[in-house]
Every structure is written in C-alpha cells, then in structure tokens.
Design a protein around this ligand. Structure first.
Ligand SMILES: [Zn+2]
Length: 85
C-alpha cells in the first residue's frame, strides 16, 4: 500500500516536472521568435518616392523627408520637385 502511494507521488512529480519543462520550452521558443521579429522591426521597409518600390531602410537614401532606392531616383525626384515650383 505504501509502495503504491510512493509510486503515485513519484509519477505525479515527474508529470509536473515534465509539464513545467514543456512550458519553459514554449516560453523560450516564444522569446526567441520575438527576438527575430525585433530584428525585422529594427530595419523597417520604406518606399522610394520616385519608383514606389519598397526596400529596407538600411539600403535606402533619405533626402528632404523622402526615401529613395538609389541616388539616380533621388536626383530625378529632386529635379522634378524644383522644376514644378
Ligand atoms: Zn526608386
């Protein structure tokens, strides 16, 4: 009778330990996924004001509050902007 009770306790302890480890694993996995999302958020996509193409902010050029995919498009945009005025 006592032996059965001990076995039940051991089984219960192992079950809860496994459950806790599983939850820790899920939390760790969620944190890792969140970190991956942060790296994408740290490099947002911007749109070229000339050709409307989307590109990462780190690859884009910024001029007068607008984003450009290349210096060529920046020059074209600025040339058109000044000619209109
Ligand atoms: Zn462009």
């Amino acid at each position: 009778m006592n032996l059965l009770l001990i076995r039940l306790i051991i089984f219960a302890v192992l079950f809860f330990a496994g459950l806790k480890l599983y939850r820790m694993y899920r939390e760790w996995k969620r944190d890792r996924d969140a970190d991956e999302q942060d790296t994408t958020a740290g490099n947002p996509m911007v749109r070229c004001a000339w050709c409307k193409v989307h590109l990462p902010e780190s690859d884009a050029l910024r001029e007068k509050g607008e984003w450009f995919c290349s210096s060529d498009h920046r020059d074209k945009y600025l040339a058109e902007d000044t000619s209109e005025k």
